[in-house]
Design a protein around this ligand. Structure first.
Ligand SMILES: [Zn+2]
Length: 258
């Protein structure tokens, strides 16, 4: 059965799901939710590839998160490249910049982000980008790799940031923060994102939407995020499902089926 909507970014391989991963997958799957599972380290990338291999409507991305940027060696880029030869690997992610936690030095984050952007561009596959307190540098580095395609995942930025990303051809994916009570400005950016650039995700196990804020998140809750997008776009949830499904197929063009 083909999915009716994609959770375009969830970490079902994470240890938060060690007790009940198959049940979490089933709960989403029976509702017609397909999954894109990005890595955030070398180990979690490998786990994403292995999970996608044996689950229907599930695809993997491989990449190293800015938190772990300082662990990346030359061999790792080769391993990432090799994983991309696998059938169900549809992109490089999640990669990016995080100047909030600064778990890796700024220059290292920039370099590892740049190398992974180039890898994706050279392989002709999209990226999933994390950006926290680093809007200007994110735009600068994307701009330095002409032709790279991708998604800004869990968008929580300014309207200006959204505009710059759209100008670069990027897609914008919304997650649980759009449901938070105080997130008026963030919700106001939703109508400014054109229909053909919109995606939805959960970023599970993180960022459960209200009313489950603070609890472990799971892919099933992408429905809640789609409902909020629908309210902002003044359309039905079904229309958000159909549009974001079609956009997922366009940007993640290695996904098979319709
Ligand atoms: Zn993530």
């Amino acid at each position: 059965m083909n999915p009716i909507v994609f959770d375009s970014h969830c970490h079902i391989q994470d240890s938060a799901f060690d007790e009940d991963r198959e049940r979490v997958y089933e709960r989403a799957s029976v509702q017609g939710i397909g999954l894109i599972v990005p890595g955030y380290s070398m180990d979690s990338s490998e786990a994403a590839v292995r999970f996608a291999e044996c689950h229907e409507n599930t695809y993997a991305m491989v990449g190293v998160h800015p938190h772990d940027a300082q662990t990346v060696g030359e061999d790792d880029y080769l391993r990432l490249q090799r994983w991309c030869e696998e059938l169900k690997v549809v992109g490089i992610g999640e990669i990016g910049l995080d100047y909030h936690y600064m778990n890796s030095p700024r220059e290292t984050q920039r370099e590892v982000f740049r190398r992974q952007l180039m890898l994706a561009r050279d392989l002709g596959i999209p990226v999933s980008v994390h950006s926290r307190e680093a809007e200007a540098d994110t735009i600068e580095l994307i701009g330095k790799v002409p032709g790279v395609r991708g998604v800004l995942h869990c968008f929580t930025g300014t309207e200006e940031f959204a505009r710059s990303l759209l100008q670069k051809g990027f897609y914008i994916s919304f997650a649980g923060p759009i449901s938070f009570k105080s997130a008026h400005d963030l919700r106001a950016t939703i109508p400014t994102v054109p229909w053909d650039r919109l995606l939805v995700e959960t970023d599970a196990p993180y960022l459960s939407p209200a009313p489950w804020r603070g609890q472990r998140n799971e892919p099933l809750r992408v429905i809640r995020n789609a409902e909020i997008v629908a309210a902002q776009k003044e359309c039905t949830t079904k229309e958000v499902f159909a549009t974001t499904l079609s956009n997922t197929h366009t940007i993640f063009s290695r996904i098979v089926g319709k």
